[in-house]
Design a protein around this ligand. Structure first.
Ligand code: MN
Length: 725
């Protein structure tokens, strides 16, 4: 809820100023109970800065806007939050609603405060769209994960609490939406963090706005019933107190008022009538230590009969948010059910304040007792706190706990997908659907085109661009995170590689059979079958795939097949083989060597490499001429097929005078020559000359020559060379 332009009413600026002085006085007094004087001054500075920044802005209620951040800070003092959090609370809407930037806040109030403010406004920006349960859960997790620091969540919750408290001034439809969101998202987060009082209040306020009629009816009925109840409550209270005194147990006993939303939920969930729910009486017994809890339990079970199956030991097995207590239900006087919670003082602190107990009961000596029993995560936090006493370390640890190993991202339709941390758009695509993954060619993250290898972050909106004939890229395996993406890509590549390799194998075999003057179709099935059997393969296709992959030499397969046909030696004078034509579009079965990057028009030679298939090198590539001689039998005659129809990569180096605008001139010449720049780097030297390295897309050698010629005409260019690593 941000500032609305609203007439300031009849109050004069002087009125607001004196009002503010009083508010600051009150805040100082509050802070003096737990903050150091220098911290109080820092908070006061933030107070004045924010008041000034929001000056002239008013809430829809007509209150000065500053009353909101001030109230949020006030709620946080209730949890004894530190100066940084209080400053951030005071400043939390400043960057959104005024000209002031987050950088300025950092300079004035420190990096941490600025980060907290930034964290809160980031949370404000994500909108909850779906009411589906699973989506709500994901959304809650995303909020927790996005808040790098638990204080961000606490500020956000306080912000929501104050907005809920002042919801009356909004339009009914807006009220309902915010209240619904509070029920679905924020109240459960408060619960997860063990902030019980906050949890209750948020639910109560939300209930009133989501179902105003039901709220009114229930409130009225409870008020009417209260008279009768009072009598029963005091009777039971007296009974319990007397019994505990008899057993010499020191304890604090109190009746618990049920809150409306709790009653409503019980009525709905268990289909009980109002009087059935209201007839349940709640009591709480608070004692010094754990053994006493169990003594109280025994004493009460002797006083009233317990309802079987209703006893729960949350001391031995605490709830997920650290909550501990013994719960039991007894049959009280007049046969009314009596629910009792039994807990120690420390458990009570955690039950009421949850994670905020860290700040609230910092100096509590009995904390060491507490830490042995609270739930694992809260426990380890408190242990850490007492061991190190270092707030930063405490937060660091909490951060890890709030940060599951997941990120939460949006689909274009606003659905939330959880993915493992480090996931990329490719993982996202496969998570949506295998077909989307297999056809994915590009992506937009938050509406910008981004590389597919980009690591996704919480709250990103991801859109996958697909093309009908696109295929998975083997390079994706280098960065995908999810098992699903990995296995789907592998599966696809394997199938495709086999197809492509089989096709290449067939061509290689045809070439190798030519000296025997046999064409592959002339090989009788019986000869094939015999060969397949003898060489231990499963099928003819497997043999061809093996040939394509370089696992079998085509010359040897050809000889064996020829022998099978002629039952004798091959002709003494083998005819020269026809070269294999290379299109460059063979896929993974044919690779253009990275060492020399041949392009159509270059003299080339093919080398069969085991497991990889055919690798095409420049005929004079040093990497094959050195160790090549011994492997001559693996060389294959290859030639470029005319008009392969695809583009090839060529690398060039341009040496030019180091003048401004040279790069632009070069780039525009390249574009004019009909080529794309794939990649460019420059030498960092600041001499007279500089070197530019381009990777270009060209269709063939002629095309490249044309580009180089055009570049030579640029006056600043001194030398151009094609690069071969
Ligand atoms: Mn706010």
């Amino acid at each position: 809820m941000h500032a609305a332009a609203f007439p300031p009413g009849s109050q004069t600026p002087q009125f607001y100023e004196s009002e503010q002085r009083l508010q600051l006085e009150k805040l100082r007094e509050l802070l003096a109970t737990y903050l150091k004087p220098e911290d109080i001054e820092r908070v006061a500075a933030a107070f004045l800065f924010s008041a000034e920044a929001h000056k002239g802005q008013f809430r829809i209620s007509g209150d000065p806007y500053f009353s909101h951040p001030l109230a949020v800070a006030g709620i946080l003092t209730g949890w004894h939050l530190d100066a940084q959090a209080l400053m951030a609370a005071l400043l939390h809407d400043v960057t959104e609603d005024t000209e002031i930037t987050n950088k300025e806040i950092g300079e004035r109030f420190g990096k941490v405060t600025a980060e907290l403010v930034d964290g809160v406004s980031k949370l404000d920006k994500i909108e909850f769209q779906s009411v589906e349960d699973a989506q709500a859960e994901n959304f809650r997790k995303m909020l927790l994960a996005m808040a790098r620091d638990v204080r961000v969540i606490l500020i956000k919750l306080a912000d929501r609490l104050h907005n809920m408290r002042t919801l009356d001034t909004l339009r009914p439809d807006k009220r309902r939406r915010i209240a619904r969101e509070t029920l679905d998202i924020y109240a459960p987060i408060a619960n997860r963090l063990g902030l019980n009082n906050l949890y209750r209040e948020l639910q109560e306020l939300a209930f009133r706005h989501v179902w105003p009629m039901r709220y009114r009816v229930l409130a009225k009925a409870i008020k009417a019933a209260r008279g009768n109840r009072r009598e029963v409550v005091s009777k039971i209270l007296t009974g319990i107190k007397a019994r505990l005194a008899e057993a010499k147990i020191e304890a604090e006993v109190m009746g618990r008022e049920k809150h409306l939303f709790g009653i409503y939920r019980k009525m709905r969930g268990k289909s009980l009538s109002f009087s059935q729910v209201l007839d349940i009486y709640g009591f709480r017994v608070i004692v010094r230590d754990v053994p006493t809890c169990y003594l109280v339990l025994g004493a009460l079970h002797a006083l009233y009969k317990p309802v079987p199956g209703k006893f729960k030991d949350y001391i031995a097995i605490p709830k997920g948010n650290g909550y501990q207590s013994l719960h039991t239900t007894l049959i009280g006087p007049y046969g009314t059910p009596v629910e009792v919670q039994i807990r120690t003082t420390e458990m009570h602190h955690v039950a009421e304040a949850g994670v905020a107990a860290h700040w609230l009961y910092k100096d509590d000596k009995s904390l060491s007792e507490l830490q042995q029993r609270t739930h694992k995560w809260l426990q380890s936090l408190l242990e850490l706190q007492s061991a190190s006493g270092d707030s930063a370390e405490f937060l660091e640890h909490l951060k890890i706990d709030l940060f599951p190993g997941e990120v939460y991202v949006f689909t274009p339709k606003g659905k939330i997908l959880p993915l493992p941390r480090g996931s990329t758009p490719v993982d996202f695509a496969y998570a949506v659907h295998t077909d989307i993954g297999n056809r994915c060619i590009a992506c937009r993250i938050n509406h910008d085109l981004m590389p597919l290898r980009t690591e996704l972050r919480n709250g990103d909106q991801v859109e996958i661009i697909t093309a009908t004939h696109a295929n998975p890229n083997p390079a994706w395996l280098g960065y995908v995170k999810t098992g699903k993406a990995r296995s789907q890509i592998r599966h696809f590549l394997k199938t495709m590689q086999h197809e492509e390799s089989a096709a290449l194998g067939e061509r290689l075999l045809a070439q190798a059979l030519r000296p025997f003057e046999i064409s592959p179709v002339e090989v009788p099935d019986a000869v094939w079958e015999k060969f397949v059997l003898e060489c231990g393969a499963k099928s003819r296709k497997e043999v061809l795939t093996d040939v394509g992959l370089g696992k079998r030499l085509p010359a040897i397969v050809a000889r064996r097949l020829a022998e099978g046909i002629e039952k004798g030696a091959p002709s003494a004078e083998p005819k020269p083989q026809n070269p294999i034509l290379i299109r460059g579009t063979e896929g993974m079965a044919v690779q253009l060597a990275h060492c020399c990057r041949p392009i159509p028009g270059d003299p080339i030679v093919g080398v069969i490499k085991k497991g990889q298939g055919l690798v095409v090198h420049l005929a004079d590539c040093p990497s094959i001429s050195v160790r090549g001689r011994a492997e001559r039998n693996k060389w294959v005659d290859v030639e470029w097929e005319r008009d392969g129809g695809r583009l090839f990569e060529a690398a060039i180096k341009i040496e030019a005078e180091n003048r401004r605008g040279v790069l632009a001139k070069v780039a525009s010449e390249i574009a004019d020559a009909g080529s794309n720049i794939q990649h460019v780097t420059m030498d960092d030297e600041h001499g007279i000359y500089t070197a530019l390295y381009f990777t270009l897309q060209v269709s063939n050698r002629v095309h490249l020559a044309r580009i180089l010629r055009a570049l030579r005409h640029i006056p600043e260019v001194v030398r151009i060379s094609r690069m071969r690593e």
